[in-house]
Design a binder for this molecule. Structure first.
Ligand code: NAP
Length: 347
């Protein structure tokens, strides 16, 4: 009998990482995950099938160089998902940039020192590709976000700087491992843990009256289970190279609202006023100044601009297939109801 390969996963508690770990355990791998609290704080991980025998959790912090060593021991692959995923913060440099950028450098240096790692898969984001969609352009892996800063979409800035640092590290150090990067769009779908991820929070906000009207905005969507599967394909495809945009498809806010209305959610406070005209966009740009600072910036850089994303490379190289965004969104909402994050008013 062969011993199962053991995979190291940073940010094991996270929304995406929890699904990666569930799939890895299901496929028979051992997992060494990193977390920031004691294992008893993560019952949804320790209760996974196979966890008792094949999941070990280690304490590590992105800002503590050297804290990842134990989690890498005996592993040939690291999936680096840990990074703060929040849009509004008090101190973007401390709360977003430092953990994303220093964390990525610390983790890659730890892999180099470990000496056994042959592949790193880094969870970057569409945020490292653009923070200002252009309706006439289809984004590909060749596009880089060059506009964000600490003052403008700082989450996008932190993700861009972290991914750039990873590629610079590879160029400079030429370590004994290859790097493959995934750039997911908005990740939706059920959560294994008890929290509501930032992206599913957008769906909850749409259902609970947070949005005054339907804006001229669209998003790329990808399901969390597909995102997890993409990480495993990226680690297991020797010829995988470079970045991979990870997106199932785009939906406008109008389409999301219609989807929810047509699937039994009309009893919720879905936005009714159509603000998707040019006048509506101008009004929403003005109103965006009443929002928390970084939400306001995000609205102003995205409203009135449709995003189009090519998923050709990931489908071709990794043989990735995606479930439709509509299914992922409905599964996310159903899960938020069953976990008590949304009142059950479904008809
Ligand atoms: P999440 O649930 O908030 O997970 C983030 C993970 O990072 C958590 O495990 C968190 O640990 C960990 N983390 C944050 N700061 C840390 C620090 N200083 N030291 C150690 N660990 C730290 O978010 P997610 O959606 O799964 O995101 C995972 C990755 O996917 C992130 O890199 C994010 O940028 C990227 N991504 C997400 C989306 C999306 O729509 N969800 C889209 C594109 C890319 P704690 O539990 O201890 O806080």
């Amino acid at each position: 009998m062969t011993t199962p390969r053991t995979i190291s996963v940073t940010g094991a508690s996270g929304y995406i990482a929890s699904h990666i770990i569930e799939q890895l355990l299901k496929e028979g791998y051992g997992v060494r995950g990193t977390v920031r609290r004691t294992a008893s704080a993560y019952p949804w991980l320790t209760a996974l099938k196979g966890a008792a025998e094949r999941l070990e959790l280690f304490s590590a912090d992105l800002l503590e160089a050297g804290s990842f060593e134990r989690a890498l021991s005996g592993c040939d692959t690291l999936l680096h998902t840990a990074s703060p995923y929040v849009i509004n913060v008090n101190d973007p440099e401390h709360d977003l940039l430092a953990p994303a950028l220093e964390g990525t450098r610390n983790v890659l240096s730890a892999c180099q020192r470990a000496g056994t790692i042959r592949r790193v898969v880094l969870t970057s984001s569409i945020a490292a590709v653009t923070d200002e969609p252009d309706s006439r352009h289809t984004f590909t892996e060749a596009d880089w976000n060059s506009r964000s800063s600490l003052g403008r979409n700082p989450y996008h800035y932190a993700k861009t700087m972290a991914e750039r640092a990873a590629w610079e590290f590879m160029e400079r150090e030429k370590p004994g491992f290859s790097l493959v990067v995934l750039n997911p769009t908005l990740v939706t779908g059920p959560s294994l843990g008890p929290g509501v991820n930032t992206t599913n929070g957008i769906l909850r906000d749409i259902l609970t009256g947070v949005y005054p009207g339907i804006m001229d905005m669209n998003w790329g969507f990808v399901d969390v289970r597909d995102t997890a599967a993409a990480h495993i394909l990226a680690m297991n495809t020797p010829e995988a190279r470079g970045r991979y945009l990870c997106s199932s498809g785009e939906l406008t806010m109008h389409e999301v609202v219609d989807l929810l209305r047509q699937n039994g959610y009309s009893g919720y406070r879905l936005p009714k006023i159509d603000l998707s005209s040019k006048a509506g966009t101008a009004l929403m740009k003005m109103l965006s100044y009443t929002q928390p600072k970084d939400t306001g910036t995000f609205i102003r850089t995205h409203i009135g601009r449709a995003i189009h994303i090519s998923n050709e490379k990931i489908r071709r190289d990794l043989k990735m297939t995606f479930m439709p965004p509509e299914k992922s969104i409905l599964d996310a909402v159903g899960d938020m109801i069953s976990q008590g994050h949304l009142a059950d008013k479904k008809s």
